[in-house]
Every structure is written in C-alpha cells, then in structure tokens.
Design a binder for this molecule. Structure first.
Ligand code: C2E
Ligand code: CA
Ligand code: CA
Ligand code: CA
Length: 277
C-alpha cells in the first residue's frame, strides 16, 4: 500500500469486494422478497397518437428493501438472472399483470399491459407452456398482453427464442422488440421474428430535439419499422418538442416522462380518465 500503484489496485479491489457483497446480499434478499410479496409493479402509459389515447401501459418492477432502500430493477434484474431467480420473478410479474388486466377489463378501462421478459426467460423452454396454461385458467383476452423482449436476448439463441415466441404469438399474445437500436441485429433479422411492435431505445429519443444524428436514426427506424408492418413506439419522450418531431415522423406510440412517469395502478386509473396529450 506504500506504493501508489499497489494502492490503486487495493482500492479497486475494496470497491469490487463491496460490490460483490452487495450482490450477494441482494440475491439473498430476492428470495425473501419473492416469498413475502415485497415487490410491486408500477405502470407507465403508452400513448397512441392515432387513437389519441393511452391504449397500454408497461409494467415495471419496483422494490424497496428495509435496509438497502430503493433498489433499481437495472441492478436487481441482472442479479436475479445470475442467481437463478429470474424464472420465479417473471412468473410473479406475469400473475400480477394478468390480475391487473382482469381488474381493468372489469372496470371497462380497455387498457393493455406490456411486461418485460429477460434473456433467461427466452432460453427457458417451459415458459410458453407455463404462460399459456395459466392464461387459460384466467380466461382473459390475450390481446391485452404484450411481451417486451430485447434484440440482444433474442440473439443469444435465435432458434430457441423463435420457437417460444411463435407459440406465444399463436396464442394471441403480442410481442415487442425493446431497446431497439442498441444491439447488433438488423431489421432484416428482426423480420424473422413474429413481432408486432418496435420500441426505439430511449437513448435515441431523449435528446431527439437537440441532436440531428438521433433524429436521423429515429426517422429511419420509423420508416423501416413501418415497411415491415410494425407499430413503432418511442420511449424516453421527455418534452413537447420531441412529441412534435415524433408526430411529424409518423411514430405510432409515445412513452416517457412527458406523458407520465411509472405510477401505481390506482394512480394510473385516476390519471387516465381525463388525460390529454
Ligand atoms: P426498459 O424495459 O427499457 O424500461 C424503460 C425504462 O425507462 C424504465 O426504467 C422507465 O422508468 C424508464 N423511462 C421511461 N420513460 C423515461 C423517460 O422519459 N426518461 C428516462 N430517463 N427514463 C424513462 P426502470 O423502471 O428503472 O426499468 C429499468 C429496466 O429494468 C427496464 O428497462 C427493464 O430492462 C428492467 N425491468 C423493469 N421491470 C422489469 C420486469 O418486470 N422484468 C424484467 N425482466 N425486467 C424489468
Ligand atoms: Ca421494456
Ligand atoms: Ca426499453
Ligand atoms: Ca432498457
């Protein structure tokens, strides 16, 4: 530690150890949180420009731990994947989402819900069967359910993913490619997958009003998406200027803080009745 070089190394290692410890803690707490229903879902509106209304929401996991406080899904989802808990977590989300679809169906709110699948879910051969058998029991309209999958998750094992996605799609579930533009796949590859919707990653949308390159990427993605018969969603819409640009480019659906942050179900129900863009 007397030498600067070594000191730098050991400081780095201390940071590593701390991070490692936090990961171990989180993966242990995940078990308990699943057993005791400590997770909640928030819902973020997706606004359809053509219908001029919110037609769908995206379900997003929220978790506040007694000791660690708020833990972002960006942090705990990868840990759940590594520790083998993602399957249970996904089933939990799925059941909550179906419950919520049913509640809103009964309220005649006419709102669909999109949920996220992780890469490991797409590699799980049992998932389509698990989803479908539970859906049958619930007797809900499957067209209210969308699954969001990232292109990088699909590309881990495209044949395996294609098999699962075809089964789910045949059952009437909608599919969306999430974070589009951040992976390496081309739209030509996407074309092989039975998807309904393309979500342009928020990194291209956040500064759309200021950055000409982003605007070009967004414009060409919308055009190509439409040429493939897909609905195009922009996420990360944070200001009115971006709304105007996306409208002029023919984007189908908007999602972002400008419309609403993710909120609990009851808050969404109150907000949506008289929302105007
Ligand atoms: P994602 O699927 O890309 O979800 C969109 C993220 O962007 C959400 O972050 C949302 O709160 C955020 N966002 C939405 N609009 C805006 C905006 O206008 N500006 C900015 N700066 N951000 C915006 P969140 O909720 O923290 O989720 C992060 C990621 O965690 C998600 O990214 C998804 O990959 C993962 N995740 C969340 N819930 C689930 C889940 O139930 N299952 C799985 N597998 N992953 C989940
Ligand atoms: Ca998503
Ligand atoms: Ca996304
Ligand atoms: Ca993301």
């Amino acid at each position: 530690r007397a030498h600067t070089g070594q000191g730098a190394v050991s400081v780095y290692q201390e940071g590593e150890d701390e991070r490692h410890l936090r990961e171990i803690n989180i993966s242990n707490y995940l078990h308990d949180a699943l057993d005791n229903d400590k997770f909640t879902l928030f819902f973020q509106p997706k606004y359809c420009l053509k219908q001029k209304r919110v037609t769908q929401v995206e379900a997003l996991l929220r978790w506040t731990h007694e000791e660690l406080g708020f833990i972002s899904p960006e942090e705990f989802i990868p840990i759940a994947e590594q520790s083998g808990n993602i399957g249970r977590l996904t089933q939990w989300v799925f059941r909550q989402v179906l419950r919520q679809i049913r509640i809103w169906q009964d309220m005649e709110l006419n709102i669909g819900i999109a949920m996220n699948l992780s890469a490991a879910d797409l590699l799980n051969e049992n998932l389509p069967h698990q989803f479908i058998s539970y859906l049958r029991e619930q007797r809900i309209d499957t067209s209210y359910l969308t699954l969001e999958i990232t292109e990088s998750a699909v590309m881990l094992d495209p044949e395996r993913a294609l098999e699962s996605l075809n089964i789910l799609r045949d059952f009437g579930i909608k599919l969306a490619i999430d974070d589009y533009g951040t992976g390496y796949s081309s739209l030509a590859q996407i074309k092989r997958f039975p998807v309904d919707e393309l979500k342009i990653d928020k990194s291209f949308v956040l500064r759309l009003d200021q950055n000409a390159d982003d605007a070009i990427i967004v414009r060409s993605t919308i055009e190509l998406g439409h040429n493939l018969g897909l609905k195009v969603v922009a996420e990360g819409v944070e200001n009115q200027e971006s709304v105007k640009i996306l409208e002029s480019l023919g984007c189908d659906t908007l999602q972002g803080y400008y419309i609403s942050r993710p909120v609990p179900a009851e808050a969404f129900e109150k907000w949506v009745v008289d929302y105007e863009l």
